[in-house]
Each structure stands twice: as C-alpha cells, then as structure tokens.
Design a protein around this ligand. Structure first.
Ligand SMILES: O=C(O)CCC(=O)C(=O)O
Ligand SMILES: [Fe+2]
Length: 454
C-alpha cells in the first residue's frame, strides 16, 4: 500500500455526482460483463444493499450497477433523529480556519486537552484546523496538490467523558481509549502522540439507537437480500462483486472490527509527519502500515502496539471472493487479460470514513515488489454507507471513472489493475442498510477493509 501519492489530496472538490432517481439502471463500460449469481447456490452471501446511484462529475465516467435510491428512515422521532445527527456532525466536522493554536495537547497522565470543546455529551468533537490546498512534492519529484486538511478535522474521541467544572473548560477524557493510549510507548509525555493513539469506536452507544425502521423498509432490504449477487468485470483485473457479503456477514464483520478496534492496535486517527491528518480512522490487521513512512512493520510506531491478527472468517470471505472472480473471468472472452491471481492476505487495512471522510487518488504500492509484480489482488470490502469510488490510470480526479460501492460489495483489483489509481471521493449519507445499523449501531459512515499479501 502506498498512499504518498494522494491520501492527502482528499479527492474531493467540485460538485458531487448527481443522484440517479431509480435503480436497476446500468451504465456499463465496455469491459463490464455482469453475471448474476443465484444466492441459493451460495450460502455465504445474502445482502442486497442499496444506495444512491451517482454520476461522476466532469469527465468522470460512472459505472452504475443495481443501484437504488435510498429512502430515509421512517418512524423516527424528531428528537432522536436530531441526536443522531448531532453525533454524526460531531464526527465529520466541517473544516474550519486554522485554529491550530487553539488545540493544545497537555502531557502526562492527566491527558488534558484544551480545545474550545464545550460539549458535555458523550462525544466530543475537537474540530478546527486548517483546510488549504498546497503544492507538495511526491516521491518522484512530481508536484501534487495536497489538501492539507487540518490538524484536528474529523478527530473525535468517543467513550466516557467527564467535563470538569473549571472555568477554562478543560476537558478530561477518562475513556477506554485512555487505557489503551500510549500503549507500550513509554512516552507518556508526548500527549500529541497520545491523541492519535486514542481508539475510535466505530459503533455508537446503544442509547442513541432507539430508532426503528419501518417494516416496509426492512422487507425491501430482505427482498434485495434474496436476489443474489452480480459480478462485473469493471476493467481488466478489476472485478466488482455486488452484494457479495450478506447482512449477517456484514454484522459479523462490524462486530469483530469494533471489538478489535477498541483493543490494542485498534482504530486511531492516522496522520502524516507534517501533522496533516487523513480523512479517516484506521486500524491495521496482520501488519501495520505507517502513513508517516509508507512502510509496513510489525508494530505501530506511535504507540508500539501490535496489530491484531486477521480474523479467520475474514480470510474465508477473501478466498471466496477471489475464487468467484476467477470463475467469472475464466468464462469471459478476454481470459488472459482479466486474470486475477490467488492471494493469501497477511495484511488488512480497515478504514472508517465518517460522512465527510474521503481518500485521495493513490496506488497501493507498499507491498513487496514481488506481490505487486505478480499482480496479487487487493480485495476490498465495503460496509455501511455507500462511497463514490474513483479509479483510473492517472492521478487525476477529472479523468477517473467512478463506481458507487455499496454495503456488502467486494471489489478486487489485481493483475492488470494492480497499479490502478483509486480513491474515495465521498461518502453518501443515509445509504447503509437499516437492518445493519440496527443490529450493530454502526456509526454513520463507511467501514472499508482492504486485504493484501505483502
Ligand atoms: O475505502 C476504499 O474503498 C479504498 C481504501 C484504499 O484504497 C486503501 O485503504 O488503500
Ligand atoms: Fe488503496
């Protein structure tokens, strides 16, 4: 994986894709060959997720596949809705002018933060920071437009929070995160490091979820879940398995990620050496990927934590996805071209995007030269809200193609597409399957897992 090329650039700016009013419209590129798989033949899957179709902006071509417009939650009490909204907003904070000076990290065990966060709720959003684009140099000496987003944007600490009554509104965090922070680091004096080592809960507390979806809506989701999934070759080496993961699979994955995410090596706010933050939370399984050095390692440098192992069940899904993709391309006319090699993942990078999350165009190229040379695929799971996923041969948003990845979709890019530029332009609000949210209390946002072999 290598994100030096664009993780910072955010990949967003300019108008969003336009909504497509109804589903079933397929706007395929030449090489797409959709195949619908009867779910009854495949017990590992089941979910028919939904989302909004979206056209790309500018010259971006869009792949739209079995996409339906989402409807909002019915039967939601206003106050509950507002509560959830405010939690969501607290996560995906809007960019604000640089207030770097207003955020200070206070050291040692007290772990005091002094932002102007005056919230007394259980979620504090410490937002602010700078949001400017500037030119940076990439590794190859090329100029890159870097969206230097803040020192604090999207930073949210969840867990138990007690607000002290002192007049300067210092906020004392006394959460599960603190217990894990600075794990093994022996560097408790570096509170800024501790800030990034606080763990992020991908699920909301139960009390925020007294929402019930209408039975009509749930039935609609169930009906979709029995339809089977469709496989599409998007371009040589890139295969999309729509609705590959059933709702039950997704629930299991979310629960597992939540559990791992709150433990050693769990979700944290990654950032670059210069202090700029990525627009997502991250957890590495198997091996750590360090955005500061673009290298893999056995431990996470900022806190010394050891990444959790990749759960066995996750690898099973990956193997099945690879096999299904291989069967698909074997039946296709452009056999050799579309080839997807086998891969045994020893790395999984889990990203959680809040509503404002994104990821600039980049190539995954920090895996071993052999792995990349062989075109071993990156296998990507999407869970929760849909995402506008960009891909193309250049690091240029305007020339990239776009496909909406919905909850349950699995995307593979290997072989001829192993070095494809890709990124996430935006997260589409309220597009996660309601039943998934009800079962897991997943935060508004998107969980993405990418599996790789070093
Ligand atoms: O979230 C996604 O779909 C892509 C993630 C990705 O490209 C990465 O983690 O390298
Ligand atoms: Fe990537």
């Amino acid at each position: 994986m290598n994100h030096d090329e664009g993780w910072r650039s955010g990949g967003r700016g300019g108008p969003r894709g336009r909504s497509q009013a109804s589903g079933q419209r397929v706007n395929r590129q030449k090489s797409e060959r959709p195949v619908t798989v009867d779910r009854s033949l495949d017990e590992s899957s089941g979910n028919r997720s939904r989302g909004r179709g979206s056209r790309g902006r500018g010259r971006c071509r869009t792949v739209q596949v079995y996409v339906e417009k989402s409807s909002r939650v019915a039967n939601v009490g206003k106050s509950a809705q507002e509560e959830v909204k405010s939690q969501e907003d607290g996560l995906g904070s809007t960019k604000q002018p640089d207030q770097g000076a207003s955020f200070k990290c206070y050291g040692d065990n007290d772990d005091l933060l002094q932002p102007s966060a005056s919230s007394s709720s259980n979620n504090i959003n410490l937002s602010g920071g700078l949001s400017v684009s500037r030119e940076c140099e990439d590794k190859n000496g090329g100029r890159v437009s870097c969206d230097i987003v803040n020192r604090m944007e999207d930073v949210s600490f969840s867990g138990l929070v007690s607000v002290s009554s002192t007049s300067d509104k210092k906020v004392k965090l006394s959460s599960v995160e603190d217990r894990h922070s600075a794990h093994k680091s022996g560097d408790v004096g570096n509170a800024c490091n501790e800030r990034i080592s606080r763990l992020f809960d991908i699920c909301l507390e139960k009390k925020w979820f007294c929402l019930k979806s209408s039975s009509l809506e749930l039935n609609k989701e169930k009906r979709r879940a029995t339809k089977g999934y469709a496989s599409i070759v998007i371009r040589p080496g890139m295969v999309l398995l729509k609705n590959f993961l059933s709702i039950n699979d997704q629930v299991m994955i979310v629960n597992k990620c939540r559990e791992l995410g709150l433990g050693e090596g769990g979700f944290y706010q990654p950032g670059y050496g210069d202090g700029a933050l990525l627009h997502l939370k991250m957890m590495c399984l198997g091996r750590n990927w360090d955005p500061q050095t673009s290298r893999y390692g056995d431990t996470r440098p900022h806190d010394g934590s050891i990444p959790p192992k990749i759960p066995f069940e996750f690898n099973q899904f990956v193997q099945k996805a690879i096999q299904d993709s291989q069967s698909l391309v074997a039946t296709s006319s452009k056999k050799g071209e579309d080839e997807i090699p086998c891969m045994s993942p020893d790395i999984c990078i889990a990203n959680f995007y809040t509503s404002t999350g994104r990821l600039g165009l980049h190539r995954d190229k920090d895996e071993s030269a052999k792995s990349i040379q062989k075109g071993l695929p990156v296998v990507s799971f999407s869970i929760g809200n849909s995402a506008e996923f960009l891909y193309g041969d250049q690091r240029d948003d305007d020339k990239a193609d776009m496909v909406v990845l919905q909850s349950g979709d699995v995307l593979l890019f290997g072989g001829k597409s192993r070095n494809v530029f890709h990124g996430v332009r935006s997260i589409l609000k309220d597009t996660a399957p309601k039943v998934l949210v009800q079962e897991t209390n997943l935060r508004p946002g998107r969980l993405n897992l990418t599996f790789r072999q070093y």
